[in-house]
Design a protein around this ligand. Sequence first.
Ligand SMILES: [Fe+2]
Ligand SMILES: [Fe+2]
Length: 474
Amino acid sequence: MSTIDLQARIPNNVNLADNRQLQRALEHWQPAFLNWWREMGPSDFNAKQVYLRTAIGVDAAGWASYGYTPMPDYRWGIFLADREENRKIGFGDHMGQDVWQDVPGEYRSTFRRLIVTQGDTEPASVEQQRLLGLTAPSLYDLRNLFQVNVEEGRHLWAMVYLLHAYFGRDGREEAEELLTRHSGDADKPRILGTFNEPMDNWLSFFMFTYFTDRDGKFQLKSLAESAFDPLARTCRFMLTEEAHHMFVGETGVGRVVKRTVEVMKELDTDDVATLRKAGVIDLPTVQKFMSFWFTSSLDLFGSESSSNAANYFSNGIKGRPDEAKFADHVEAGTEMQIDVSDGKGGVRTDTIAMRNGMNEVTRLEYVKDCNVGVTRWNMAVKRAGVDFQLALPSSRFRRSVGAWAGQHTNPQGIPITAAEFELNKGQWLPTPDDINFVQSLMHRVTEPGKMAAWIAPPDRGINSNPVEYEYVKL
Ligand SMILES: [Fe+2]
Ligand SMILES: [Fe+2]
């Protein structure tokens, strides 16, 4: 098992000290990263002590230690899951061959693009969430926000390590660029659409960590299958951290729903205006935010039919999430069906090569996973005796990428006209009014254990501490 050198300027378990040139290059990038953190990371809280977990090992028992630290002193480092001896390529045309410890020349630009695209999302989300600390509904939530932020920063480190270690000068240039693109920037935006969406309230934050971090989980799972072993090992360890981000999302939305149904019972009403006046987020608004972030995240998987996706799979570059659970790991000549718009207001079923449909295969797994939380939220609504059901819209709804891009459908996925969409979109997606209302609830609560009125307290605190623990010392 590898050990982590925590005393090093850059904590790592990749024996950085043995490669002086690489170490120097990364030590040169480090101050640029810290500058970025100070300028683009969480505003106003850099001097505060935050109760954070830090990776100190990559094995199950010892990978996280908890303690107070100011965020700029967080020990961002490079941690790869342990190397699996004799690991073989698990899918595609190179199936059964030894995995690669270096990048084959013919796949170099493909790998670089994939790593840069993944890497770009990590700091992007930190930028999107930059101001949320100012309106945190509790110290517990404030701490969770910062935990997510420092770990996204570490995920950036994970990708920058690969760029520096395996892509020479091009890789170093890409690493610089990762700090110069910014979320929502008109001239130099982040690469993917969702990561340029403004995030100015906590309902969006919870939806983002539930739906968009879950896209991250599926991308990482696919890359964790890669024949390029250092990438696979990096992603495997990132998944350990990622789980907490989705926990924050699932419990966050769950607590919003719980609080709303409590007040619905108390006041015996489902009237939106009455509930808003009482200071909670009505369930139709929760549904609209969910529909927005879910559909935005669906686009991140790419086109339903994609020759790039086929190329990644054939060449062992990127597999399917949990590749081992599929029966056929080569998929030579196999086919699948996808629904596309027929361009005349109807739906047509196309048969495509399975290899071309890998984005869609992954997206279907993702949708299944998203539904687990929705079912839990609905159970809480039902238990409270409230008659309402949250539901994920069809994956044809409000798409900007792929077979349904620019095609209007209702949330059930039935094609409709542009005029019908315009007429109804206020019932399906957040209106400026809905956003303003949610925004109006965003006030900072700083007393340990206290919660804003629109959200229920969590069931338990962090690392066996009580909910009223002082998670951030303000
Ligand atoms: Fe991440
Ligand atoms: Fe994440």
